[in-house]
Design a protein around this ligand. Structure first.
Ligand SMILES: [Zn+2]
Length: 569
């Protein structure tokens, strides 16, 4: 869930503008009681057991695990009576990927101030190149550039005109933490979203900015608290094959080397350079920060083996019942892929991805089955889309929106399921990116019917909104529902839910240990699936599509898209 990677250079401006919302057009179809009651925790668990089994080898794109997974999904859709979702009459959309596998014997050598440092690959650093070439190398001076942020709207520029062409930039992850002048124990809400991570904080932004500034390479200092995930996640995500969509320019506009180092190694490096890392981190949280040349020189050559892979999105369809509205769409997405086989941890090298995202994939299958159980399909057409290569940077969903089989202007909504709740029923539900569209009202109404409340993201500092497939839809103007499990679990003390989350992130997230646990309780996944069902069902029966609120970041894109299509179904 929540890909550590995501490639998109957009910044979300949450705007909590109060507006009168339009919901008067809701047709209020009779409640789909039987379909709702048919959601089964046992069936969800059966799907998860199969998808996360050793046999499926961690569902790596292009692997035997992919073949088994896409066959399983097609078999399920076929037997449930869902139509093939690709207009070519199949359930598959081919997604051409290029796989770049860096040589794990790579040696990074850092020299300067009479010292030589040779960090160990995977233990101290990871590095790769997204350039589609056999060899990619740097031979460059190192410059610390703080958070590498240029944000004119906040009068913030970490570069201050410094020429960093050809350099190897050392940067910090996350937004600059600027204290609130009124209460220095808090972050200033007027800059970089306060406690919420903005796109400037994402690691993708750092690499994009470094490339834009003409740097040769960039290395991010990993800090667990500031990144939102431990070093193992960084290491496991970037040690193996890196996938990308096969693009015409072979990614030559990207950096020669993208990399991370541990905070321990960074401390060593800065000591060798005669610098105090903690002091520089302090300095970087101020807008008067200036880049600091470290007097260290970096050499690294990465040998790549290249492969092209035909991976797949799987699409099933339930055609709408309204003669006009059936040419518009509600999409449910869940990524089927995970990391396949990777570095061994505690004797296991299969990245099972039971929560991430066998669980969402299972919920998607169960969702399709429930929709098919309706006596009359909803007015709009429903698409069930299992996307590939989410863990590689939302690639399957990016490919879908760049090659949409159905017009994006007539796509009313995406509902994304990435990591289902396996810890029991909750009194609340979290809506990531709440406050930007009229969808809020639908979610709130459905939650209220379930006796639940809608909450804001309890971990806004982690930038989840940029980290799963709905983001590809949102940035193309399609209102998106990115739900997350509640935090207030029925029959559990306050704080229990967040503690469970913390444990999952520390112990299992993106590790082979993401497996079915004996204490799983699927009743929460059923409760959440029913909520997602009802949200999609309402939108699919409403003549009006959800709309972005004034000031929302993607409103202009949507308006242009609707205008170009000359339609507002
Ligand atoms: Zn993931």
């Amino acid at each position: 869930m929540h890909a550590v990677r995501s490639n998109r250079p957009l910044k979300l401006m949450l705007s909590f503008v109060a507006v009168a919302t339009v919901s008067g057009c809701s047709r209020g179809p009779s409640p789909p009681t039987a379909a709702l009651a048919s959601f089964s925790g046992d069936r969800l668990l059966d799907h998860i057991r199969r998808l996360s089994s050793d046999e499926f080898e961690g569902r790596g794109p292009g692997s035997k695990g992919e073949q088994l997974t896409i066959k399983y999904l097609q078999d399920q859709y076929r037997s449930a009576g869902l139509e093939p979702g690709n207009p070519d009459g199949t359930y598959l959309q081919s997604v051409p990927l290029v796989g770049i596998t860096p040589d794990s014997g790579m040696k990074l050598t850092l020299t300067g101030h009479g010292k030589t440092l040779e960090p160990k690959f995977q233990d101290d650093f990871v590095a790769w190149s997204k350039r589609v070439t056999d060899t990619s190398a740097i031979d460059a001076d190192m410059v610390f550039v703080g958070y590498a942020v240029q944000a004119p709207e906040f009068q913030w520029d970490d570069f201050k005109g410094t020429d960093v062409k050809g350099k190897y930039l050392v940067v910090l992850v996350n937004d600059p933490p600027v204290p609130d002048p009124a209460d220095p124990s808090k972050l200033d809400p007027k800059i970089f979203g306060g406690p919420a991570m903005t796109y400037y904080g994402r690691w993708t932004y750092k690499f994009e900015k470094a490339a834009q500034m003409g740097a040769a390479g960039c290395v991010i200092i990993h800090q667990t608290d500031r990144a939102g995930y431990p070093w193992e996640v960084v290491r496991n995500s970037w040690s193996g094959t890196q996938f990308d969509l096969a693009t015409p320019d072979k990614n030559m506009g990207r950096l020669a080397v993208e990399s991370w180092i541990t905070s321990d190694f960074a401390a060593k490096l800065f000591r060798a350079a005669g610098q105090d890392l903690d002091k520089l981190i302090q300095a970087a949280s101020r807008s008067d920060f200036k880049p600091v040349p470290l007097g260290m020189h970096a050499k690294l050559t990465i040998h790549n083996s290249l492969q092209t892979i035909d991976s797949h999105n799987v699409i099933a369809k339930l055609t709408g019942s309204d003669p006009a509205l059936k040419n518009s769409y509600v999409i449910y997405t869940a990524h089927w892929d995970h990391f396949g086989i990777g570095p061994e941890v505690n004797g296991d090298k299969i990245y099972h991805g039971a929560v991430d995202n066998a669980s969402g994939t299972a919920a998607l299958l169960e969702m399709a089955r429930a929709y098919k159980a309706l006596s009359t399909p909803p007015r709009r057409t429903i698409l069930f889309l299992s996307v590939t290569a989410e863990e590689q940077g939302l690639l399957g969903s990016q490919y879908y929106v760049e090659h949409p089989p159905y017009p994006l202007a007539r796509t009313a909504l995406d509902i994304n399921m990435d990591g289902m709740n396996v810890s029991g029923r909750t009194q609340d539900i979290v809506q990531i990116g709440r406050g930007v569209s009229t969808l809020d009202d639908v979610v709130e109404a459905v939650a209220a019917e379930q006796g639940r409340v809608v909450k804001l993201d309890p971990e806004p500092e982690k930038g989840f909104y940029y980290r799963s497939d709905h983001f590809e839809f949102a940035k193309n103007g399609i209102p998106a529902f990115d739900p997350d499990e509640g935090v207030d679990f029925i029959g559990r003390p306050a704080g229990w839910g967040l503690e469970e989350r913390r444990k999952y992130t520390a112990e299992r997230y993106h590790k082979p240990a993401d497996k079915i646990q004996p204490d799983w309780d699927m009743s929460g996944a059923v409760q959440d699936s029913q909520l997602y069902f009802l949200v999609g069902y309402r939108v699919a029966n409403d003549s009006r599509m959800p709309e972005w609120k004034p000031g929302a970041e993607f409103k202009a894109i949507r308006d242009a898209s609707l205008k170009a299509a000359g339609t507002a179904p």
